[in-house]
Design a protein around this ligand. Structure first.
Ligand SMILES: Cc1cc2nc3c(=O)[nH]c(=O)nc-3n(C[C@H](O)[C@H](O)[C@H](O)COP(=O)(O)O)c2cc1C
Length: 373
């Protein structure tokens, strides 16, 4: 069945719609009605960023969001309430801690600890290409040993009591190999993985260039479990395309979500979903480049507001905000100037004033897509 087929559906609030509805994918079998996700990103996908994404999500929809990758070696000795990377919002749901690890005792201790904040599921990182993870045989290195990787899934499943997923790449070397990927994902499926995300760029490509969504299609057709596409999904149209055209069960957005944190609203609007985010009930989602430019300023101020709630250290807020701006401002005409301005602020109040001033002095139109270098 075409996942984007029109059909009648009762939306929350009793509104009947007969045009496009939410795509029906295999993620429904895990209870996920809205198959759009925001990716794990070190230094970015903290509790404040997740709150920003939620603030832009129409009422009634629940995109899954991730924590940044968390070392299972360190986690057992850390405090969930005070370690910034581990913080969660009160009653936060639909979030997934992403684990970096390969030893049962650390995985089990980390999972046990995280269960107390009631995550929706757990994800295992098998895609990180940085040298530190390679040295420890974590991340993408696990793709080099399918039996061991399957064992890591098995250990996590034993302790998790909820869905376990794996995020992996198109290949663990210079190039992608469909045969290797099919074998590897079959091993993860047999070990009990509930779903997979594929970032179809091989290790050597890091995050550059375009992603090979065709590879996701091939894997998705071969696997019984849901397969989510990640990589180079920059717009609502891209997100719908990977599901409609490439048979992905979900679309996971990383960097573009730091440029347009309202992308879930854009997707919902493209699907004729009748509700807006709370507090924006009578508005349509920003889609023109000028409207996105204005919204970006507003989003940055909202993010700083959330950061002030969760992070007591001013330096930490400044550092994390600058990284957020460095990542997402590329989608804006004056993005470089905006990011530079953020590096000059010496305090959070100075940063806030500079952003407000920037917003008043410049229009800052967005680019629909950027080239990843
Ligand atoms: C700054 C940054 C940090 C990242 N950290 C993680 C991480 O912690 N775990 C992970 O699985 N992937 C991580 N990634 C990879 C992204 O989740 C995603 O796979 C990649 O950026 C491709 O998606 P995109 O093209 O939509 O950005 C990171 C990417 C970036 C740019």
């Amino acid at each position: 069945m075409d996942p984007l087929t029109s059909q009648s559906l009762e939306w929350p609030g009793g509104t009947q719609r007969t045009q496009k509805t939410l795509p029906q994918t295999r993620l429904l079998s895990l209870g996920l009605e809205f198959p759009f996700l925001v990716a794990p990103m070190v230094g970015l996908s903290n509790v404040a960023f997740r709150a920003l994404i939620r603030s832009y999500t129409p009422v009634g929809l629940n995109p899954l969001t991730f924590t940044e990758m968390l070392s299972t070696r360190r986690l057992p000795d850390e405090k969930l309430a005070t370690t910034n990377e581990l913080k969660t919002a009160p009653r936060e749901t639909f979030f997934i801690p992403q684990l970096l690890g390969n030893e049962e005792k650390y995985i089990s201790a980390s999972v046990q600890k995280l269960l107390s904040v009631n995550p929706w599921g757990f994800d295992i990182n098998m895609g990180c290409p940085v040298s530190h993870t390679l040295r420890h045989n974590w991340g993408v290195r696990l793709m080099g040993d399918k039996s061991y990787a399957a064992q890591v899934v098995h250990w996590t499943k034993q302790h998790a009591q909820r869905p376990v997923s794996v995020k992996l790449r198109g290949g663990n070397g210079e190039h992608e190999s469909l045969d290797d990927l099919l074998e590897f994902t079959a091993a993860l499926e047999s070990a009990g993985a509930d779903w997979l995300t594929i970032h179809p760029r091989p290790r050597a490509q890091q995050h550059k260039g375009s992603a090979n969504w065709q590879l996701v299609k091939e894997v998705s057709r071969a696997r019984r479990i849901p397969v989510v596409a990640n990589g180079d999904i920059q717009t609502a149209e891209d997100a719908l395309r990977v599901i409609g055209e490439y048979q992905a069960d979900g679309a996971m957005i990383a960097r573009a979500a730091t440029a347009r944190p309202w992308i879930m609203w854009q997707i919902a609007q493209a699907l004729n979903y009748p509700h807006a985010p709370a507090g924006r009930e009578h508005e349509t989602c920003p889609t023109s480049s000028e409207d996105e430019g204005r919204e970006y300023i507003r989003a940055c101020l909202t993010l700083i507001g959330f950061m002030k709630i969760y992070f007591p250290q001013e330096d930490y807020i400044l550092e994390k905000f600058r990284f957020f701006a460095a990542t997402g401002s590329r989608w804006y005409q004056f993005g470089h100037a905006f990011w530079k301005m953020s590096t000059k602020a010496k305090s959070v109040s100075e940063l806030t004033e500079s952003i407000e001033d920037f917003g008043m002095r410049f229009s800052n139109p967005s680019f629909n897509r950027v080239k990843f270098l």
